[in-house]
Design a protein around this ligand. Sequence first.
Ligand SMILES: *Cc1c(COP(=O)(O)O)cnc(C)c1O
Length: 405
Amino acid sequence: MANGAWPRGVTEDGSRDPRPDADLQPAWLYTADGRRFLDFGAGIATSSLGHGHPHLVKTIAEQAARVMHVSNLYRVPQAEELAARHVAASFAESVFFCNSGAEANEGMVKAVRKYHAETGHPERFHMICFEGAFHGRTLAMLSATGNEKYLAGFGPPVQGFDHVPFGNMNAVRDAIGPHTAGIMIEPVQGEGGVRPADLRFLKELRAVCDEFGLLLALDEVQTGMGRSGKLWAHQWAGIEPDVMSSAKGIGGGFPLGAILAKEKVAKYLKPGTHGTTYGGGPLACAAGNAVLDVMLAPGFLDQVDAVARLLWKGLLDLAQRHPKVIEGVQGAGLLLGMKLRPEILNGEMQAAAVAEGLLTVAAGMNVLRLAPPLIITEAEVTEALRLLDRTCLRMTPSAAQVAAK
Ligand SMILES: *Cc1c(COP(=O)(O)O)cnc(C)c1O
């Protein structure tokens, strides 16, 4: 074992050590051979409470022992409670639970289309989406994403998704026509390169939706559930969407997605119009409640905001010290990206970080994404910055390499 010490919290086969004294550290992952990694990827911004968080583990275990699945033929108190809490904590008046981000987005687009169909405008079924977006991998969400690489080989794209440059208000206005139903946007493009929308741009989108009777549909699958330092990223812009999707962090690693909506939209998505077998099940919703217990506790989001600012400052400092590696720092809250120099490939940098003991996630536009569990401590941020510093040294092209290029 490394340093002769038993890796805390795991057994030899890599599973969690059930000993009550096992000192679990939720931001760390351990391999079967005893190496440990500081997890600044969180399973792609999903394990929001880290790994083995005692409250989440206990809640899931207890719920699993009682009842896991009954279908929504019956009332599910865990789902009712979770929906009520999400309504109380957000703009939403109604919540629909599903199982993933793509599924939540599908339901969100269905809700937008249905709203217009039911209010006398069935011709309005187009969503304005943005270049660089990522909305998931189902057939319709591939079209919403619009990335040629992802669409290739899957037949004709689903109709009704018009793409404009991210952040360009003139292009948005030009794209609005009699068929436009709504605008769909990630407040921070995650997969696309951790690109934050300007807060003023989000405000302008709200205004243009009001002006033309469009619905503002936010994809907060990655940016939501505390990742930005507020429960929902759009709160930084002081706006409210009409409908919003959530997944990733909402279950803390347990599969759970949700559509949150204003009643004027939700009322048309009634039983028989949209449905699910697994969605809103007792186990997933118990997990969702446990996550909210932690995130809504007084001071939790303030702490996320505080460590996020520490990380941001540290990354700016890192970029200054390693200009041959890092071109810039971008993102919001604990969804941050290091834009790398063109000659430094993010996949290679990610591998170099692993070699230093730090897990990160590559994103589009040659960005290395940092999305740690929201429970990370200041000390862990400091440690991550130290490991990134070493990673940058590994990646710094030598004078000879630069001359050869
Ligand atoms: C991950 C992601 C999705 C897709 O979520 P899945 O659970 O993988 O289907 C959709 N939108 C955004 C913004 C995401 O980050």
